[in-house]
Design a protein around this ligand. Structure first.
Ligand SMILES: [Ca+2]
Ligand SMILES: [Ca+2]
Length: 491
């Protein structure tokens, strides 16, 4: 096997080291910026200059020179063809995946092709390397159909590149790689060949800028690098009213996560959620590839999520509760709040998961809770207080907010019994006077600016306990000598 380098050897990565911001607290008020056209201002950025992403390939080269005209032609239908049948029908010699051949195009317009049959789904990368700078050669990748037709799957028609590359996910079947001298010619041979990969992720083929996988807001992408040269391009379209974008790329140090600045690929910090200023309506282009000189194993996975702050639309798994030491005895059905199941004195707790319109978790947003108090004089609820609960990295929230002291209250409910009828010293029968008011909560999600949206996603009532007074406590005292019992009450 000859080792062939592409027109330029792999450039050594050039790193500019900046302060590591991994340990710095996330400052949501001053996010770094991504301005798509030609400017990136990202704290902690590292520039990795690769020119046009040149890479190193190994192809098994046939030891011969060829210069032939295209003999591809439609043939009678034959199903389940062998490689040699395909070669005969297409006029394109068989070349195994992983193989390469040297071809010289001595006249403008001349062409050459190779064919193969794959018996399982394969990501096939077609290559034409070492194209003379004086000529413009192009590359086309076809599926050779059972009915003898050629279906173009990918093409590579750069006007002045020294290499052309096609990449496509190919189902089992017959394929043809077709190269032609579109403009000019040269006696210097090019290398024509193809490589195949089987352990590729579901977003392949995305090895070329034009094949970028579109990132949907809050959707989690899981992928791998199926070979050391694998490039995974992604694009995210910023919404018309969107000015913030949060990105989280999780993977080992063997992966590089980069953004196109308009002039270069710039490394972004991994394994944390970073929020950036973005231009509404712009397209953000992202790239996942091997860290320079340190490719990950094929089995290593990465995950990528693009979050849009303010995309929260709903809350699921919602719970409201109180863990103060309250009697939980107040159940009244004739005055507001008739249906409350929660009592709270100075604290009320909420938990749940924040989701977007596609039911994907939305992290690092805020949940805003407005509290209302029932005004006994006016007979209506009035705004009382509010609190903000932070949503974590996974879109969950679970926190308590303060409840102010009662501003007014109903006539207390007297002599509420704790339903213990045969009290013991450790579990006595109790009677309480409970001073309370009716409370109401409305839960809102934050918009992109962290402000409260207009419509609550959850609401409900609670008993606002102002004061609970123990007025009487009774229990049975057991005399272990006589076996008798004595009912004792403390007032
Ligand atoms: Ca991949
Ligand atoms: Ca890829």
């Amino acid at each position: 096997m000859l080792k062939i380098l592409s027109s330029a050897t792999l450039l050594l990565a050039s790193f500019t080291t900046h302060a590591d911001i991994k340990d710095a607290p996330l400052d949501f008020t001053q996010p770094p910026s991504i301005y798509n056209a030609d400017y990136v201002d990202i704290v902690g950025e590292e520039t990795r200059e690769h020119e046009d992403l040149k890479r190193e390939y190994s192809l098994a080269i046939e030891p011969k020179y060829k210069s032939k005209r295209n003999r591809m032609a439609s043939q009678p239908q034959v199903l389940s063809k062998t490689a040699s049948q395909v070669a005969t029908e297409t006029g394109c010699p068989n070349l195994a995946i992983g193989g390469g051949t040297l071809v010289a195009f001595n006249t403008e317009g001349s062409s050459y092709c190779v064919s193969t049959v794959v018996d399982a789904e394969t990501k096939i990368e077609g290559l034409m390397l070492n194209i003379p700078s004086t000529a413009n050669y192009d590359l086309f990748f076809f599926k050779y159909e059972d009915d003898g037709q050629f279906t173009l799957i990918d093409s590579s028609v750069s006007p002045s590149s020294t290499s052309e590359q096609t990449v496509a996910k190919a189902e089992a079947g017959a394929y043809v790689l077709f190269a032609q001298a579109t403009q000019g010619s040269s006696g210097d041979p090019v290398t024509l060949g193809w490589l195949g990969y089987n352990n590729f992720d579901q977003y392949e083929a995305n090895d070329k800028f034009g094949q970028s996988t579109s990132l949907q807001t809050n959707a989690v992408i899981q992928g791998n690098l199926d070979n050391a040269n694998d490039l995974d391009f992604f694009s995210y379209t910023v919404g018309p009213d969107q000015s913030l974008l949060s990105l989280r790329f999780s993977a080992s140090e063997q992966f590089s996560f980069e953004i196109w600045s308009g002039a270069a690929w710039v490394q972004l910090v991994k394994n944390q959620l970073n929020t950036y200023n973005v231009t509404p309506g712009s397209t953000i282009n992202l790239l996942v590839r091997s860290a320079a000189g340190n490719p990950p194993p094929i089995s290593a996975q990465y995950s990528l999520v693009a979050h849009a702050p303010g995309s929260a639309e709903s809350v699921d798994g919602f719970k409201v509760w109180n863990n103060e030491n309250l009697t939980k005895l107040l159940i009244l059905e004739d005055v507001p709040p008739q249906t409350a199941s929660v009592e709270a004195h100075n604290l009320i707790s909420f938990s749940g998961g924040v989701k977007d319109s596609n039911n994907q978790p939305v992290p690092l947003s805020n949940v805003i809770v407005d509290l209302y108090s029932f005004n006994i004089d006016s007979g209506s609820y009035e705004f009382f207080d509010n609190g903000v609960i932070a949503v974590d990295d996974n879109g969950h929230f679970n926190s308590s907010i303060k409840v102010k002291d009662c501003v007014n209250e109903y006539v207390p409910v007297r002599n509420v019994h704790n339903r213990v009828h045969s009290g013991t010293p450790t579990n006595p029968s109790e009677w309480w006077d409970i001073f309370y008011n009716a409370g109401h909560y409305s839960v809102y999600l934050a918009n992109e600016n962290g402000e409260r949206s207009d419509t609550p996603v959850k609401q409900g009532s609670f008993y606002h306990i102002c004061k609970e007074e123990l007025v009487k406590m009774c229990y049975y005292e057991k005399n272990y000598q006589t076996g008798g019992q004595k009912w004792t009450c403390l007032n």
